[in-house]
Design a binder for this molecule. Structure first.
Ligand code: PEP
Length: 263
């Protein structure tokens, strides 16, 4: 690959085509989990108003604690697709098990492989074969080399539409669930042709850190950011403390417009 790649998402089912790559800074926004049709429709409007071009929302959620909301599964997928159609935003959601990939690929424009599944090779096979673009999150304890080898695994099965997502790694620092590896962005851009976006939300787990970290990763050349937004974080079924709402979303949107004029 003589130059860095651009991945095209969407373009079917009446939803527009979105490009992620060096010339197209992308804001991916939405709730951590789809909770109801009203909630995802409202959040999709919020995301769109902030300048998001891709709507995210968890429907199958593998989570570290069994107590955490696991998502609405297939019914959540339909709600997400409906919100995408209503707002004209392509949608991305996690496929957590190889057996669910077909169902997820029927509704979603892009499949997310979560941090906990980065080396789930049966899942990597299935998402590769789905033919849909893949958002591959870095594993919580994965080196950059292991992350790129997981991407290679998908690529070797014929699917080159891969976007890498840095989401923080486990370190000895307990203040945040993960430490955002900002240096991974330029490092990976040198080692790979694939677009790299960053998720400051799941790295920090804290609303107050999302904007500073988003600014930092835009400054080092990230091709996009993935941010949790929710119309009412206090009532969110999961991860409310990290979701942006109201004025915070407007501040994020104007920071992105200033720092990443390609949006
Ligand atoms: C998510 O994006 O919803 C998520 C759970 O992220 P991660 O897999 O990075 O923890």
């Amino acid at each position: 690959f003589p130059s860095r790649s651009t991945v095209v998402v969407g373009g079917s089912g009446g939803r527009p085509e979105v490009r992620i790559g060096p010339e197209y800074f992308t804001l991916i926004a939405g709730p951590c989990a789809v909770e109801s049709l009203d909630q995802i429709l409202e959040t999709a409007e919020l995301a769109k108003a902030a300048g998001a071009t891709l709507l995210r929302g968890g429907t199958f959620r593998p989570w570290s604690s069994a107590e955490t909301f696991r998502g609405l599964g297939r019914s959540g997928l339909h709600m997400l697709a409906e919100a995408g159609a209503a707002t004209g935003l392509p949608v991305v959601t996690e496929a957590a098990d190889a057996r669910d990939v077909e169902a997820v690929a029927e509704q979603a424009d892009m499949l997310q492989v979560g941090a906990r599944n980065m080396q789930n090779f049966a899942l990597l096979d299935a998402v590769a074969q789905s033919g849909k673009p893949v958002l591959l999150k870095r594993g919580i304890q994965a080196t950059i080399e292991e992350w790129l080898m997981a991407a290679e695994y998908i690529a070797q099965r014929g699917n080159l539409n891969i976007v890498l997502c840095e989401r923080g790694i486990r370190t000895f620092e307990p203040t945040t669930p993960a430490t955002l590896d900002i240096s991974a962005v330029p490092t990976v851009q040198r080692l790979s042709h694939l677009p790299v976006v960053v998720d400051p939300t799941h790295a920090s787990g804290r609303r107050d850190l999302v904007l500073p970290l988003a600014r930092a990763v835009i400054a080092v050349g990230s091709d996009g950011v993935l941010i949790d937004v929710h119309p009412d974080p206090e009532s969110a079924l999961c991860d409310g403390p990290q979701a942006l709402a109201g004025a915070d979303v407007r501040v994020l949107a104007s920071a992105i417009r200033r720092l990443a004029p390609l949006l």
